[in-house]
Design a protein around this ligand. Structure first.
Ligand SMILES: NC(=O)c1ccc[n+]([C@@H]2O[C@H](COP(=O)([O-])OP(=O)(O)OC[C@H]3O[C@@H](n4cnc5c(N)ncnc54)[C@H](OP(=O)(O)O)[C@@H]3O)[C@@H](O)[C@H]2O)c1
Length: 234
């Protein structure tokens, strides 16, 4: 079965910071680019963050902004969490439409799985990579087998870097906020990728940069499609 199309998207300062420091959330997007991010969420079947983002930002990952055009269904929320560190009080466990999927490994304690399942999560045990983290190719295969056609990866730095470094990304959409912040770099490891089909536009005071990466381009008949396509202005 086909793996989902992967869109990596995040907001950064002009000099490439996601936050002032790990674990310290920072609102970077202006109102228009924030609404655009919610439209992007509505265009994807699933949305994924790393567990550090849950621990620091406690995100909801729902579609709440963006006007009538963003009135799509919420994407399925997924957290990369090899040891099941997701807090039982996480807002994602009270998602209005979906049970949270926690992608984990055999290193996660069974008691922790039971507690998180009792709190409403679905725990998916997958192979680990060489660092003991969730193996991303196995996750994408599993998501494809569930029939999910598109995945939006929203952060944080380690997660973004992993999807880029392993060449598992089809499209990158970055919001550049007019800020200069010395802090947590979006790219957390040495990386050298060339993007193509680059498009740029302003949304309020932010610049949105969209580009493609070298993975096979999806076609209409290969089963890898967005939910209703990306927001048309992109
Ligand atoms: N500006 C933005 O758009 C934006 C968006 C999101 C987050 N953020 C910021 O990003 C920061 C968090 O970023 P972060 O880099 O510390 O962490 P992260 O990417 O949110 O989470 C990383 C953690 O995910 C788990 N994981 C499991 N499998 C993985 C895999 N294959 N690849 C990567 N991670 C895997 C690991 O923990 P285990 O080993 O325990 O599994 C890893 O430490 C926060 O400060 C947050 O505010 C900013």
């Amino acid at each position: 079965l086909r793996r989902p199309i992967v869109t990596v998207t995040y907001a950064q300062s002009l000099n490439g910071s996601l936050a002032a420091a790990p674990g310290r959330p920072l609102a970077l997007s202006g109102p228009q680019s924030l609404a655009f991010t919610h439209q992007l969420r509505a265009a994807h079947a699933a949305i994924l963050v790393g567990v550090n983002t849950v621990l620091s930002d406690d995100p909801q990952l729902t579609v709440r902004l963006g006007g009538a055009t963003a009135a799509g269904p919420n994407p399925q929320p997924i957290v990369l969490d090899s040891r099941l560190r997701c807090p039982l009080q996480a807002r994602l466990l009270c998602h209005p439409t979906h049970a949270l999927w926690l992608a984990t490994t055999d290193a996660a304690p069974a008691e922790r799985q039971a507690a998180l399942e009792a709190a409403g999560a679905r725990v998916i045990r997958l192979p680990a990579d060489a660092q003991g983290r969730v193996a991303l190719p196995a996750l994408l295969d599993w998501l494809g087998a569930q029939g999910l056609a598109s995945l939006m990866v929203e952060g944080g730095a380690q997660t973004i870097t992993a999807f880029l470094a392993q060449h598992l990304t089809d499209r990158l959409i970055v919001t550049l906020a007019p800020r200069l912040i010395g802090g947590l770099n979006a790219i957390a490891a040495p990386l050298d990728l060339t993007l193509h089909d680059v498009r740029c536009r302003m949304l309020g005071e932010d610049v949105i940069v969209e580009a493609e990466l070298n993975r096979p381009t999806p076609t209409a008949d290969d089963g890898r499609q967005m939910v209703g396509g990306l927001p048309s202005a992109v």
